[in-house]
Design a protein around this ligand. Structure first.
Ligand SMILES: [Zn+2]
Ligand SMILES: [Zn+2]
Length: 262
């Protein structure tokens, strides 16, 4: 949903100087500026699925990285099966812009470069003692989708994306210090008099399910992310309490630029 104070779904995981970006929703680079994240210096981009809210600004990440680097520095991009085709289509969409800029700037002899790897399960990226694992999630009928688990400096962060509880999600969450999960508030969504909106109940974890996943996996901190519908001001404690009914650990409700230490 478009909201004045909420950009689209994106999560930055920063380990030392290494920036790993998970999903690239609306205004991700604007929000990134606030925390010193740039497309130019991203170590890698990971995409959980190709729903538009998670990929709206993929083209912006590609273009901005391209025009702010002097050398071709391919964007390392990871996503589920189909992400390669999605990337090709995104680059095709940018063809006018690519042509304009290369014709205009003598010092821009190269096209934007993206190195895509389609992933489903297991180790997908490793550098400097940081490991990123993927596992399939369940966002049916959207298929395939993946979640990610980042291990570094003895800590674990899980980026679940949009998914209901499933075996892949459980494996990603095991013993995580921080577990970031898209959540819906079921009793609010159920009352919306619009079937198209209520359809989202099919393929998202509600708050209780996220909390149950966190408890079963022995998670330390649960972050209720990408909340649908956007919490009405003043109702935030209700979201937290709903999770706390099923989970003893720390529960945070994400706002833009929420920072969590693992
Ligand atoms: Zn989705
Ligand atoms: Zn979503």
């Amino acid at each position: 949903m478009v909201a004045a104070d909420r950009a689209g779904p994106s999560t930055l995981v920063r380990i030392g100087q290494t920036d790993l970006l998970f999903d690239c929703g609306r205004a991700v680079l604007m929000r990134g500026v606030a925390v010193g994240m740039t497309a130019r210096d991203l170590a890698a981009l990971f995409v959980t699925h190709m729903h538009s809210d998670h990929t709206t600004d993929y083209n912006d990440v590609i273009t901005t990285r391209w025009i702010t680097n002097t050398d071709p520095r391919p964007l390392q991009a990871f996503g589920p099966v189909g992400f390669g085709k999605f990337t090709d289509a995104t680059l095709a969409m940018l063809e006018n812009d690519i042509h304009y800029r290369m014709a205009h700037h003598a010092d821009l002899p190269h096209r934007p470069q993206v190195t895509v790897r389609e992933v489903s399960e297991g180790l997908v990226w490793e550098a400097g003692g940081i490991r990123v694992m993927a596992a399939p999630t369940d966002h049916s009928p959207v298929h395939p989708t993946v979640g990610f688990r980042i291990e570094a400096e003895g800590k674990v962060v899980t980026i679940a994306g949009d998914t209901v509880p499933c075996a892949g999600l459980a494996s990603l969450c095991r013993g995580a210090d921080v577990y970031v999960q898209t959540v819906i508030r079921r009793q609010v969504v159920e009352k919306v008099p619009l079937q198209r909106f209520r359809d989202i109940l099919d393929y998202h974890s509600d708050i209780a399910q996220a909390a149950q996943t966190a408890r079963a996996a022995g998670v330390r901190t649960l972050v209720l992310n990408h909340p649908v519908p956007a919490p009405r001001p003043g109702t935030e404690p209700e979201w937290i309490a709903e999770a706390k009914a099923h989970f003893d650990g720390e529960v945070l409700l994400a706002n833009d630029l929420l920072k969590v230490e693992a």
